[in-house]
Design a protein around this ligand. Structure first.
Ligand SMILES: NC(=O)c1ccc[n+]([C@@H]2O[C@H](COP(=O)([O-])OP(=O)(O)OC[C@H]3O[C@@H](n4cnc5c(N)ncnc54)[C@H](OP(=O)(O)O)[C@@H]3O)[C@@H](O)[C@H]2O)c1
Length: 281
């Protein structure tokens, strides 16, 4: 079943469904990514802070699949927002992944309370990576509307994507609406809320009716909303389950019922982007 491609504002295309590797231990990553590629995933979402870029690169190289067939995203560590640090970190990302370019490179967190609140010079450094071709596309992650407004006012490139926490318990509509209005594709991280939504009676009731699993129903909800997703699993049966999303459809009523589970900030599984300030040492 073909995964749809979404066209970004720079003309590049991204598979709407990928495979996330957050919290996969380096020693398990080659096996997990190898299994995902065998199932058919052609989009891998990693980050410097996940400490498994090297293993992601090894699995892709060992798979025999052409580099051009796999969409690779990585992200700048919170430790390296200053321009010279970012340049060095990006060199290291490419070297760890064993590739001359990434398809997408993101600022992982805005860190508005760090670096004197300056994520603008970090973004201008990301633009250098796009201009020299080593990042085919560049974007941001966890940016709130005021952060995006600052980039719009002070720089001359609109991010291709904004990767934010979105799932039935935090539908994040305000940021999604800003993204949509400005040609920024929304990527929904923790699409099944790390498993928390799978026992929700609204989700299980729809799953029973359509004869699919709660994970498939939740992931299909994201797909029909138009967001890009990359569920994580170390279990090949679940990887396969999460990949089988394109031969059934939810009704408008189903989509609304799932969206009504929104709890706003209360529903977050991760930190709030306005206050998150962790810098790895
Ligand atoms: N930009 C950011 O700040 C940020 C933050 C968080 C995540 N992300 C990205 O988003 C990706 C996905 O988010 P996530 O890993 O946090 O959470 P997720 O994909 O919502 O959920 C992963 C969890 O659900 C379990 N699971 C997966 N498929 C399942 C299924 N079909 N049935 C039952 N349980 C299932 C997994 O366990 P098993 O592995 O045991 O199957 C794992 O514990 C990450 O890997 C990362 O690439 C980005």
């Amino acid at each position: 079943m073909a995964v749809p491609l979404i066209t970004l504002n720079d003309g590049n295309r991204i598979p709407q469904l990928g495979f996330g590797v957050y919290q996969i231990k380096p020693r398990d990553t080659v096996e997990a990514v190898t299994a995902a590629l065998k199932i058919g995933y052609r989009h891998i979402d990693t980050a410097e802070m996940y400490r498994n870029e090297r293993e992601v690169g090894d699995a892709i190289a060992d798979s025999g699949i052409d580099r051009g067939e796999v969409f690779i995203t990585s992200k700048l560590s919170n430790a390296f927002h200053r321009p010279d640090d970012a340049r060095k970190a990006f060199d290291e990302t490419l070297s760890a992944l064993g590739t001359e370019y990434v398809d997408l490179f993101l600022i992982h967190w805005p860190l508005p309370t760090q670096y004197d609140g300056d994520f603008v010079s970090t973004w201008n450094t990301m633009i250098e990576f796009a201009r020299d071709g080593r990042a085919r596309s560049v974007g941001v992650s966890n940016f709130q509307v005021p952060h995006l407004e600052r980039l719009a006012a002070e720089t001359d490139l609109v991010p291709a994507v904004n990767q934010i926490e979105v799932h039935p318990y935090i539908t994040n509509e305000t940021v999604r609406a800003y993204n949509a209005e400005h040609g920024i594709v929304t990527e929904a991280w923790s699409p099944i809320a790390q498993g928390e939504v799978l026992d929700d009676p609204v989700v299980t009731r729809i799953a029973d009716r359509v004869g699919r699993t709660p994970a498939q129903v939740t992931l299909r909800w994201h797909i029909q909303r138009g967001d890009v997703i990359f569920p994580k699993s170390v279990n090949p049966a679940r990887m396969k389950e999460n990949f089988e999303l394109f031969d059934f459809e939810l009704t408008g009523e189903d989509l609304d019922a799932i969206a009504a589970l929104d709890k706003g900030d209360e529903g977050r599984t991760g930190p709030h982007p306005d206050t998150f300030d962790r810098i790895p040492r």
